[in-house]
Design a protein around this ligand. Structure first.
Ligand code: ADP
Length: 631
């Protein structure tokens, strides 16, 4: 700048030839040129400018060198309205100065906000009058920019916290004063902003006191070490009550540029639901384990394909099979050979149909022989409908079976023993009836009644003998081809004779001949009709309907009697089963339907019942017409 100033032809400027410059101006210019800081002189009424190298950058790319010896008014026309009064004030002897003062300068072809620390001070001439303005200046635009950037970055940081999807907050100072906390954090604390902001957290949230958090925060604040905690229980206010929730959280020290810790940033996630869900599963697992121990019998699981998989301690200790032996379908090898195929058939059907599996079979028990078990297995189905696994129980029913066998045996022996004297009694009664005087009405009536009772007794013993024959697989069938329609008609007529209380109404017809045991099938119809009459004491009629559909006959016997509860429907075909509610009012042995079921099954047909309590029951059976029974 010294060179430029010396080279300048000042005579053409407002200042005129330097030889004529006032002494104070010359001194100031010399001082200025030797000063490394930005300095600038605006001299005289025209504010003619002289400046040093330190000032040079303030003029940017466009104002220098034209600014030298030019009026401030011209060079800084864009800010003249701001600085004019200050310049004029200086000319009147009033110095001014400002830190970080903003001036919108156009010095690089565009207007930019520039910041300066500056002072304007008067330069006096020897006569004491102010000759010009001395400007000392440091541009602070860059510093200001850094400050702004820092401020913005801080704001962004705070915004990030406020908008974070997890609970976040900043504690300041050793008392952990809440400086920033986002909505999520306020929600977690169960507090409003005004209750906690700018206060120590333990003042704003006294509920969190004495739960160990003071120590944790103090430790992070003093050591600077990050703390990570998972599933930490904490009791906090929720809807007016104290509630324990579970949180995962991180405390991290906030360090200043000098390394000092000034606060803690906390991030927390409420994981109560997950923890609760896991606890529920653990509890249910515990209950399941208790159930396993509580059930009489052993519990096992099979996969969706019906195979045993993994450890099955119950099964292993019951059967003595090794892990390798029972895997897959190996478990079937523990079943009695006579029961194995039936079990597998029924099991595969249950797996296919995903229906509860109910079965009985004999199983080889470790260190013992075969024992009878009843099995119940329940399929567990995935939400998508696929079969996940089976949970099954084997319950030992050997003792019950033994008792039943003994009972069966006793009944079998007793009925055999009774059969002979009864047959004899019946023969003598018939002879007695024949030898009676026809005119003795009372004696004839007594004999007839005695005959009827003996016949009924004979029927009962016959049924009991049938049961023991079924048990031994020795119920004989006499297969012929007969007119089904006639058989039904004569059965209806016979029953009608002995049951005047009800009218039996038959409808429908079967045209084809049927192959089967006529007497046994008649026994079924008699049983169904007798039951229909017996269990509908207040009704007047019973309906028998027969029909033929292609290769199938269907028979139904319908009454409007007391009906059968749903849960009993599948049991009434069991041996000796009598519906409890009926047993007190109606006599019977509970074997008629058991025998009927067996007979229909042997004819490859099906027997079932539909019923509603109080409305009546309908028993159905179907028979195939060509059933190959003759072959
Ligand atoms: P029972 O000799 O007891 O009649 P069954 O084997 O014929 O023996 O019937 C078994 C049980 O089924 C009966 O005890 C009765 O509770 C019920 N039952 C059978 N038929 C009917 C019916 N038509 N209405 C209501 N309950 C019936």
């Amino acid at each position: 700048m010294g060179e430029l100033i010396r080279a300048k032809d000042w005579s053409k400027t407002a200042l005129g030839d330097p030889a004529d410059w006032p002494q104070s101006l010359c001194t100031m210019v010399a001082v200025m040129l030797n000063n490394p800081f930005g300095m600038y002189i605006a001299w005289g009424k025209e504010y003619t400018q002289i400046y040093n190298d330190g000032y040079r950058p303030i003029l940017g790319a466009t104002k220098h060198p034209h600014a030298l010896a030019t009026s401030t008014r011209e060079t800084f026309s864009e800010i003249w309205h701001i600085i004019e009064s200050m310049f004029d004030g200086v000319m009147k002897g009033k110095a001014v100065g400002f830190p970080d003062f903003m001036l919108p300068l156009n010095r690089n072809g565009f207007v930019e906000e520039c910041y300066f620390d500056f002072s304007y001070s008067p330069i006096k001439k020897h006569d004491g009058e102010v000759g010009g303005v001395l400007v000392t200046v440091i541009e602070t635009t860059e510093k200001k920019g850094a400050e702004t950037a820092l401020k913005e970055s801080n704001e962004r940081y705070i915004n990030n916290i406020l908008q974070a999807p997890m609970a976040m907050c900043i504690f300041r100072g050793k008392n952990h004063v809440v400086e920033i906390a986002n909505e999520e954090m306020l929600h977690l604390w169960g507090k409003q902003a005004e209750q906690v902001m700018n206060r120590s957290i333990f003042e704003g949230l006294p509920e969190a006191k004495n739960q160990g958090f003071e120590e944790l925060l103090d430790k992070v604040y003093t050591s600077g070490e990050k703390l990570v905690a998972n599933e930490r229980p904490v009791t906090l206010p929720r809807n007016g009550k104290a509630e324990t929730i579970y949180v995962n959280f991180v405390y991290d020290a906030l360090k200043e540029t000098d390394g000092n810790i000034s606060g803690i940033i906390a991030i927390a996630v409420d994981v109560t639901q997950q923890v609760q869900a896991r606890k529920d599963i653990e509890e249910s697992e515990q209950r399941f384990q208790a159930a396993i121990e509580a059930v009489e019998g052993i519990l096992w699981t099979n996969n969706g394909r019906g195979e045993m998989e993994g450890e099955q301690p119950g099964w292993a200790s019951l059967t003595g099979q090794t892990y390798e032996e029972y895997q897959g379908y190996g478990w079937a090898n523990a079943i009695h050979p006579d029961d194995a195929q039936k079990t597998l058939d029924s099991w595969n059907k249950a797996v296919r149909e995903r229906k509860t599996f109910i079965f009985e079979h004999r199983l080889k028990v470790k260190n013992e022989g075969y024992r009878y078990f009843s099995i119940r297995a329940i399929p567990l189905v995935n939400p998508d409908g696929s079969l996940r696994e089976w949970v099954g129980v084997h319950s030992d029913i050997q003792d019950q079976k033994t008792r039943e066998e003994k009972k069966d045996e006793f009944i079998s022996i007793a009925s055999h023993e009774m059969k002979t004297p009864l047959t004899t009694a019946k023969a003598y009664l018939q002879m007695l009836e024949l030898s009676l005087d026809h005119n003795n009405g009372v004696a004839n009536l007594y004999a007839k009644k005695a005959c009827q009772s003996v016949n009924r007794l004979n029927e009962l013993i016959g049924e009991l003998l049938d049961v023991s024959k079924i048990r031994l697989g020795k119920l004989d069938y006499n297969i012929t081809t007969f007119n089904f329609n006639n058989m039904i008609d004569s059965t209806v007529d016979n029953i009608q004779l002995t049951s005047p209380s009800h009218t039996i109404i038959k409808s429908g017809n079967v045209y084809d001949e049927v192959t089967g045991d006529k007497d046994r099938l008649q026994q079924v119809v008699i049983n169904l009709l007798n039951n229909a009459i017996k269990y509908s004491p207040n009704a007047k009629s019973v309906f028998v309907t027969i029909k033929q559909e292609e290769n199938m006959i269907e028979v139904s016997v319908k009454d409007s009697g007391i009906g059968i509860a749903r849960h009993s429907l599948n049991k009434i075909f069991d041996k000796y089963h009598r519906v409890e509610e009926h047993a007190v009012h109606f006599q019977g042995l509970g074997i008629g339907l058991f025998i009927s079921y067996e007979i229909i099954q042997r004819h490859h047909g099906t027997l079932w019942a539909e019923s509603e309590v109080g409305k009546g029951s309908t028993f159905y059976f179907t028979l195939p017409i060509n059933n190959n029974l003759l072959n």
